[in-house]
Ligand binder design. Structure first.
Ligand code: BGC
Length: 348
């Protein structure tokens, strides 16, 4: 936290720098909430998102920004959000710079969750609180500072990906025919995977199927499983290939997220198939477009990945940490199943 004089000085320095630096990179957004404060306290918040070009994380980061703006606690929040460009080296530089520039708290959506330990060590040396979001670090990393001074100064805010996978499995298992269109007692499926390094992808891939089997009592046959990097175009390509290879054998497409499911939906339509009639399609996130597709019948279901709840929890944790309160190690936000029955409640 900077006092009034320091805040004024840094503002003057920033103004000075503007004159001699090139235009600000488009990959960075800076927001200042100009709330007049009694104490004049300015809190510098450094945010790095694994990449800006991700539908879900775009909603998430916009919500971080607007929620900070809505805070009315007498402080000025200067929020800098940077694009990690899906490059861990780039993101590590951003984090180093935040630390060097004396930021008060960091909110980090890691490019690689395996980098958590390094980031935690850096933040601990500088005694800057760090809130991890969306990409869950290993449990061992989250416990590195147990019993030490830095304990309670870093946390992970997220949703338990096992739950989202289970919900996907349940959505298909609770269809009247349990998704088994050809009635052979087995579910023939294609899995579109996000990024296998990410626990969200790992757990959704695993738990959608284990829960499907448990609830339906049927067996499964995996026709194809491909990595789509959470990306719509890749989802489309994977499903187009699977449909041309396996044709009507494909009964269900499980997609680790909605962006790839939207791509899958394009491929399904292009192949002359009809969701709800001769194929099923389920995603995760509840992007606005996916919810519309569920309403129209072109997607079977999705699972709300609550970016509003998660971003608000992350910001609240950042504020707590700045105020010197001890953080929990984890803050969990629930997923919610979305099907044609309840989609209307979730549409804007
Ligand atoms: C979301 C994906 C997103 C990924 C980014 C996941 O929780 O479901 O849509 O691409 O996070 O890490």
């Amino acid at each position: 936290m900077k006092n009034k004089i320091l805040g004024f000085l840094s503002a003057v320095m920033l103004l000075g720098m503007v004159g001699c630096t090139p235009a600000k990179e488009t990959t960075e957004t800076k927001t200042e909430t100009k709330t007049e404060t009694a104490s004049g306290e300015t809190v510098k918040v450094g945010v790095s998102i694994y990449k800006f070009d991700d539908n879900f994380m775009t909603l998430y980061r916009n919500e971080i920004e607007s929620y900070f703006k809505s805070l009315n606690d007498g402080k000025t929040y200067e929020v800098t959000i940077q694009d990690g460009k899906n490059d861990q080296a780039e993101q590590s530089n951003q984090i180093d710079n935040f630390i060097q520039q004396g930021y008060d708290v960091l909110i980090i959506n890691l490019v690689q969750s395996t980098s958590a330990a390094t980031v935690i060590d850096k933040c601990a040396s500088a005694n800057i609180p760090c809130i991890f979001i969306n990409r869950e670090p290993e449990e061992a990393d989250m416990s590195l500072y147990d019993g030490k001074d830095y304990e309670g100064k870093y946390t992970y805010v997220g949703a338990d990906a096992r739950q989202s996978g289970k919900f996907q499995g349940e959505i298909i298992a609770s269809l009247e025919n349990k998704g088994d269109l050809n009635g052979d007692g087995k579910l023939q499926y294609v899995m579109v995977v996000g990024d296998p390094e990410n626990v969200d992808a790992k757990y959704r891939t695993e738990f959608s199927i284990s829960q499907y089997k448990e609830v339906s009592g049927l067996d499964v046959e995996k026709l194809d499983e491909q990595r789509g990097d959470w990306d719509q175009a890749k989802g489309q390509e994977i499903v187009a290939n699977a449909l041309s290879k396996y044709g009507e054998k494909v009964e269900v497409v499980f997609s680790n997220n909605d962006s790839m499911a939207l791509g899958a939906s394009q491929a399904i339509t292009a192949a002359g198939r009809t969701v709800g009639k001769d194929i099923y399609l389920v995603g995760v996130d509840a992007l606005e477009e996916a919810k519309q597709f569920i309403k129209d019948g072109t997607m079977t279901g999705t699972v709300l990945n609550d970016h509003v709840g998660q971003s608000h929890t992350a910001v609240d944790a950042a504020v707590k940490a700045v105020n010197g309160e001890k953080l929990e190690k984890y803050y969990w936000v629930d997923y919610v199943k979305i099907t044609p029955e309840n989609v209307a409640e979730f549409l804007k």
